[in-house]
Write a protein that binds this ligand. Structure first.
Ligand code: ATP
Ligand code: MG
Length: 431
């Protein structure tokens, strides 16, 4: 499933972007000095910028390496050229076959980037910068523009403001455009780095957060509903690589929730490139609970069984925490008392990233994420099966433990684990 990215500030004009940039450089000396060839079309470079704070500590190396791996992964079908870090920037050479639009779409999926540009190198010489900026402005028709320079290489003789002014003057004169510092239609970003300069038309917001994989691995209980995909997204954004587990009661009910879980897992895989979804047959465990336990406790007992089974699957996958989409007080099973009793069945830490969110806020996020439309498709969640008219809202641990004494819990877990199917998701999909 491909979801149109909504993060773009400005859609680049793929065909027209900078075809002439860097090609008519008369500053031959500067070109020779910087290694940027004046004669050949320089490759586009995706430049991602990271939040400097996370780059200061001892984990910088891990952060950068993970970010590089993730970038290589998200462009696996197009094949990135060299990827390297330079200060708070990650520079990745884009292959010719990756259009600007595709590059933007993919880069927007990578957690850890605050923003990014599709840039082209230019020699470190004013006349070359001016020509490149004029070419960039010509390729992006606009009435007003500004130049925004960052001079990381302080040995460059002009400071950022002077570069802005001189290059801006040249662009305005060449193309008869107006400079607007407050609200320009086009911003041309110039970065002065030690080897060469980079120019880009526009800058795109990144996904923020931390690179997936950098903080560890967890298992998310993914229903077909609205909340758990949002919970998953939030934890991936904090750098967790996720495994997905979905419980279904097929054939007691239709396979709809399984299909939704597969679609949602595939969609979320775009952020981490590879995922495994465990589809757990829960019907037998539910039959046992329905046959032996007091009616009002059913949902609490379902949930405890889910957490036990998920804990075993997580252990096998090397996950060290569980994640759910619960939010306090949202439904009967999410009262403080019930959640307290439910979480005791987990043998790993349980994260509930949506705990303090309103349903409306979760829906806004699900829409933005692109999971909402799938989540609202009709299905029958296994937990809606045999639900009593008056479920317990204040379960007590003693009563629950007493009810569970009627079951062979280990056998129920082993049975469910044995009947689990694994579905693998990959992004970008292999042809
Ligand atoms: P969601 O929209 O995520 O389904 P919900 O508001 O429907 O949430 P519940 O049905 O009470 O809430 O589920 C709470 C959490 O329990 C879910 O967010 C999910 O993490 C987990 N969960 C519920 N049903 C399943 C299921 N069938 N498979 C996996 N996890 C589930
Ligand atoms: Mg649900």
């Amino acid at each position: 499933m491909i979801i149109a990215p909504t993060l773009f500030q400005r859609k680049p004009d793929t065909d027209k972007l900078s075809p002439t940039m860097g090609t008519h450089d008369h500053g031959a000396d500067a070109a020779a000095a910087t290694g940027v060839s004046a004669e050949t079309e320089a490759p586009r470079v995706l430049i991602g910028r990271c939040h400097e704070i996370v780059l200061k500590g001892g984990n910088r190396w891990r952060f950068v390496e993970q970010l590089k791996r993730n970038l290589l992964g998200v462009f696996a079908d197009a094949g990135l050229g060299r990827v390297r870090a330079e200060g708070p920037r990650i520079l990745a050479e884009l292959p010719a076959r990756a259009s600007d639009a595709l590059a933007c779409e993919r880069a927007a999926l990578i957690f850890g980037l605050q923003n990014f540009t599709i840039s082209r190198p230019a020699p470190l010489a004013m006349d070359a910068l001016k020509r490149a900026a004029i070419a960039a402005a010509r390729a992006h028709p606009a009435r007003t523009f500004r130049i925004s320079t960052k001079r990381a290489e302080k040995r460059f003789p002009l400071n950022s403001m002077e570069i802005d002014r001189e290059v801006g003057g040249a662009v305005a004169a060449a193309l008869d455009l107006k400079v607007d510092l407050e609200n320009p239609e086009l911003t041309i970003n110039i970065e002065i780095l030690p080897q060469c300069a980079y120019l880009a038309a526009g800058k795109y917001p990144g996904a923020g957060g931390l690179p997936v994989g950098v903080t560890g691995r967890a298992t998310v209980l993914l229903s077909g509903g609205i909340d758990s995909p949002v919970a998953a997204y939030r934890m991936m954004r904090r750098g967790l690589r996720l495994d997905f587990v979905h419980f279904h009661s097929h054939p007691l009910v239709s396979a709809a929730s399984r299909e939704k879980a597969c679609d949602l897992a595939a969609h979320l895989t775009r952020y981490q490139m590879r995922s495994t979804l465990a589809l757990v047959s829960f019907a037998d465990a539910q039959r046992e609970i329905v046959a032996r336990a007091p009616r009002p406790l059913r949902v609490v007992l379902y949930r405890r069984m889910m957490l036990r089974i998920a804990s075993v699957l997580a252990g096998r996958a090397g996950s060290s925490a569980l994640v759910t989409g619960e939010s306090l007080g949202q439904v009967a099973s999410q009262t403080l008392e019930n959640m307290t009793v439910v979480e005791k069945a987990a043998s790993l830490p349980l994260f509930r990233p949506l705990i303090g969110m309103d349903k409306n806020e979760i829906i806004v996020e699900a829409r933005r994420l692109g999971t909402f439309e799938t989540s609202i498709l009709p299905d029958q969640d296994c937990c809606s099966l045999f639900v009593p008219a008056h479920p317990e809202t204040r379960a007590r641990l003693e009563a629950v433990v007493k009810a569970e004494a009627e079951f062979d819990i280990e056998a129920m877990i082993a049975g469910a684990v044995a009947r689990t199917e694994l579905v693998r998701c990959e992004f970008p999909p292999r042809r």
